[in-house]
Design a binder for this molecule. Sequence first.
Ligand code: HSE
Length: 328
Amino acid sequence: MKIALLGFGSVGQGIARVLAERDLGITITALADSKSGIIDPNGISLESVLARKEQTGSCGKTGITAEEIVRTADYDALVEVTPTNVQDGEPALSHIRTALARGKHAVTSNKGPIAIALPQLRALAQGRGVQLRYEATVCGAIPIFHTLEHGLGGNRFLAIRGVMNGTCNYILSRMAAEGLTYDQALMEARQLGYAEADPTYDVRGIDTAIKLVILANSIWGLGARLPDVDVTGIDRVTPEALSLAEKQDCTVRLIGEAIQEPSLLRVSPRILSKDHPLVVYGTLNAITLETDLAGELTFIGKGAGSRETASAVIGDLIFIRDCYVKGP
Ligand code: HSE
């Protein structure tokens, strides 16, 4: 399978490294970062492009752009891993639209286009008989969409609750365990590289709300948008509130919650007993699905990181490779 990879930061490089290490039958024929691009129909040498990126900060030649690659390069699936823009989803939204319109599959870790335009993108993909997959957008390495669609296919989903933002979870864990102030804990979280470029998206609960919109629209086809979510972040959680919770063997976690009936989409800090399944520590994510057949299931795993996000993207690619691309 041939892929065009757009975005060569932490996630894009993670994907390239895994593809260089493992023979998965996936070849990168076109690649772009924000400054440059490279096209090679025979397959780009991943070792040399990774080395070039490290030495020069660019992956290829200036003048070859992501737009040109999406429109003209030869590939089976577009992999869109440029940074998230939640205002209008661009330029990733246009990249994905163009690829789908060309009859190419699309895989993305980019939350913006999926939160903003999932119903339209799905319709476009269906019309062209191609796949749009976005496993990496929610809870990083946890294969939540494959589980919802396949492992738990046939279930009805009554509610979803989870810790979906590693930055907030890290801050709350460090404040409670070490007595750090909110600002100290946020600084550490940023150093870990988990926080969004603008960390107010994390701490004000917007990143969790975006993930909740993606989940709810995927499961229930709600057509929900960000303003439909009732959002309270962790930026006003004080060390005093955390130590009060500690005294009752409880702690505080930022929980995203989607309920089907009566319909509810909410993000808020919640006091939970320390033995609650959603009380995970550090940058971990956790997600509980309430289903009618399988009962309640909780998944725990890393919500971000270069190789963890690559795991989700590559899982989507392998699904497409095996179901739609591979010859007899
Ligand atoms: N900023 C996000 C987080 C990254 O902290 O979870 C993964 O979406």
